[in-house]
Structure formats: C-alpha cells, structure tokens
Design a protein around this ligand. Structure first.
Ligand SMILES: [Zn+2]
Length: 201
C-alpha cells in the first residue's frame, strides 16, 4: 500500500507545466490494457477519479497536447495497478515505442543510425512543448552515443521509463540485440540534466 500515489504527490505533479502529445498517453493506456486487461484499465479510471484528476482516457487524441503531469501520473498508476518494479517500468518505456504508430513511420525515414541520432532533438520537440533533448555524441567506432534531457523534472520513475524508451529506439535503428542504456547523470541526483549513454556491440 505504501506505493499508492498520494493526493499530495498528485498536487505537486500537477503544478509542473509542460505538455505532451496524446500518442504517448495512448501508448501507456494500451500497455495497461495489454498487461492487465480491461480490468486494469477500469482500475486506472477509478484511481484517476479517486485522486481527483478530471481526464477522460477514451477521449485522448494522438495529435492533441495534454499535460505531461497527467502522463506521469498514468505511468505511476500503471506501476501501482500492475505491480511493476524498476524493470517493469523500463519495459513499459520500451513498449511505448513498439505501440507508437508514429515511431514506426519515423524510423522508416531515418537512413542511418547517425541521422536518427541527429534528428532526435526534433523528435522530442514534436512530442513535447517544453524541455529539450540534446544529441551530444555519436561514436560509430567506439559504438556509443550520448544524449541529454534538459528541463524535465517530474518524477524519477520517468528516468527508468525513458531509459527503456531509448533502448527500444536504439534497437529499431541499430538493428542490434546487444544494446545497453545507462543513465549516467540525473537531475534527481543534483546534476543539471539527465544523461543517457547508449552502447552497443
Ligand atoms: Zn533522471
């Protein structure tokens, strides 16, 4: 029970501004449905009501913008309802890529992994109206890439979620099985940004 999202935490999150595209939220609702069935989606709706979030899950449109706070709350509730551990949240981030129709289209246009890497800041800007993704380094010889997220601070759960997300995108564009993503810097550890190092073999 200690993992239950509190009203206080909901209030804190809802004060943080910034919006995200509905497609991201839809992927998370899909994940809840796939993992826990209709029952889990019902629970999600019930919990949203309990924490007094007025948000109709069935009315989310992929191209419309919604508060990122709601998106984070949905991930936190999914963790609570599905009983996800850290690895589970990581897998949820990975699944968000697989469940996104737009990513499949986008990755088809990316000719090379390097090009995809260079395009990633624009990709972020298409999904979020705040924060920034910085493509820092791409080393094809040493086989690693570094990206940073600036201006994004909601909840540490999203660090795991994004780690999974980046891993799945890397898998799509690199077509390799042995990829790892480590978060080497984090705003929740007093760094100025979140930094992820993607490496592959
Ligand atoms: Zn972080």
């Amino acid at each position: 029970m200690e993992d239950r999202l509190s009203q206080k935490e909901v209030r804190r999150l809802m004060k943080i501004s910034g919006n995200v595209k509905g497609s991201v939220i839809l992927a998370d609702i899909d994940y809840v449905k796939i993992k826990g069935g209709e029952g889990a989606v019902k629970k999600l709706k019930k919990r949203m009501k309990e924490i007094r979030i007025k948000f109709e899950l069935e009315k989310v449109k992929p191209m419309e913008m919604y508060p990122e706070a709601i998106s984070v709350i949905i991930v936190l509730l999914a963790k609570e309802i599905l009983g996800l551990d850290e690895k589970g949240v990581f897998d949820m981030g990975k699944a968000a890529v697989k469940l996104s129709f737009f990513i499949k289209i986008l990755t088809r246009y990316f000719i090379s992994p390097k090009r995809c890497f260079e395009e990633s800041p624009r990709y972020w800007a298409k999904h979020f109206d705040f924060g920034e993704l910085e493509a820092v380094e791409f080393d094809e010889i040493e086989k690693y890439a570094v990206i940073r997220i600036r201006g994004y601070k909601f909840h540490p759960i999203m660090c795991q979620y994004h780690r999974g997300y980046f891993l799945q995108i890397a898998q799509l564009v690199l077509g390799k099985k042995e990829i790892s993503v480590e978060e080497t810097k984090c705003v929740f550890r007093n760094d100025a940004y979140h930094e992820y190092v993607i490496s592959w073999k």
